[in-house]
Write a protein that binds this ligand. Structure first.
Ligand SMILES: *[C@@H]1O[C@H](CO)[C@@H](O)[C@H](O)[C@H]1NC(C)=O
Ligand SMILES: *[C@@H]1O[C@H](CO)[C@@H](O)[C@H](O)[C@H]1NC(C)=O
Length: 304
């Protein structure tokens, strides 16, 4: 009886020590892997690099993206572009998806922030870059599929406007615009894709570029003289307000964290983003054969 008790105690003690050892090891490994890698941009070959321009205060939006459409994909890397700020230290301990740039968090400096982020990623091996905002929802799988057949170089893809009024008042007022009566054709900033060579082109010429208040307008100007493929695509719902919900959308802008979570749950359950498709605003097919002022006639029949 005593013998059995002794054996049992021995058995329990060894098992306990073994489990304790394992737990400690796992805990140690876990805490070390939790630490961010030396640099968030230290990754190998990437098909699509997604840069999400975000403001330091918008962690709730970033978390909504992390929990939804930014979840692991093979050759996609998603980075939040943020101004250097101590407030980010805690977030950086948990997430290795933050690209800090040395430009203050002011909307007036967005174009500078964008180009600085291009400069920071120039040495990463990627094919295409998708710029979006922290209120943009992206169907990454669909975008990747489309890119399989896209031009490898000289490629600028989004929802273009060639007839946009110059902002003369308010937050987005442009004071230094002298190029034309309208903005030059540009892909709207809620989301657009650029091939890597165009990123390198802009970075290499950064000392010669004009920086306008709106970053999307700036990119349109920076690329305006180039002989490249500009692909207008109505599946980019990237205007200042969303046109509705359409399952064909690749990118949809002005989406709250709640809506992102809703869309994501629909995708998980049914493979489709919208429970019900609807259209608040009509879209247009860009007409490249007429003058820009006539480029963009809305057509109520078009869907999306
Ligand atoms: C743009 O490039 C294409 C293909 O190289 C060429 O055929 C076309 O003439 C060029 N357009 C201009 C305006 O230079
Ligand atoms: C562009 O405009 C021209 C001239 O009005 C018209 O003939 C052509 O069908 C239009 N193309 C598209 C794609 O709308």
């Amino acid at each position: 009886m005593l013998m059995i008790q002794k054996r049992l105690t021995y058995f329990i003690l060894t098992s306990f020590s073994f489990i304790l050892g394992c737990t400690l090891t796992l805990f140690f490994l876990h805490t070390t892997t939790l630490k961010p890698i030396a640099s968030p941009i230290d990754v190998s070959k990437i098909k699509l690099l997604v840069l999400i321009l975000s403001a330091v205060k918008n962690q709730i939006r970033r978390d909504a993206i992390r929990e939804t459409w930014a979840q692991a994909y093979g050759d996609v890397k998603i980075l939040f572009v943020l101004s250097k700020d101590q407030y980010l230290n805690a977030e950086k301990l948990i997430h290795s998806d933050i690209l800090e740039v040395n430009i203050p968090d002011e909307y007036r400096l967005l174009s500078h922030k964008l180009l600085e982020s291009f400069n920071s990623v120039r040495n990463i091996d990627f094919d295409y870059l998708l710029k979006c905002d922290d209120d943009t929802f992206v169907d990454v799988t669909k975008v990747i599929n489309e890119l399989e057949t896209a031009p490898k170089n000289k490629f600028y893809w989004g929802y273009f406007d060639g007839n946009a009024h110059i902002k003369r008042a308010g937050k987005w007022k442009e004071t230094e615009w002298i190029l034309c009566d309208k903005y030059l054709p540009y892909a709207l900033g809620g989301g657009y894709v650029l091939s890597k060579d165009l990123i390198i082109y802009m970075v290499n010429n950064k000392d010669y570029l004009s920086f306008f208040i709106s970053e999307d307008v700036s990119v349109g100007v920076w690329l305006a003289p180039l002989n490249i493929t500009r692909k207008h695509d109505r599946r980019f719902d990237t205007e200042f307000r969303s046109r509705g919900c359409c399952n064909d959308y690749l990118v949809t802008h002005k989406r709250s964290p709640q809506v992102m979570k809703l869309y994501w749950s629909h995708i998980i359950e049914t493979g489709k983003m919208c429970n019900e498709e609807y259209k608040d605003i009509s879209s247009y097919e860009y007409n490249w054969t007429v003058m820009p002022s006539k480029c963009c006639v809305k057509n109520a029949l078009l869907c999306p």
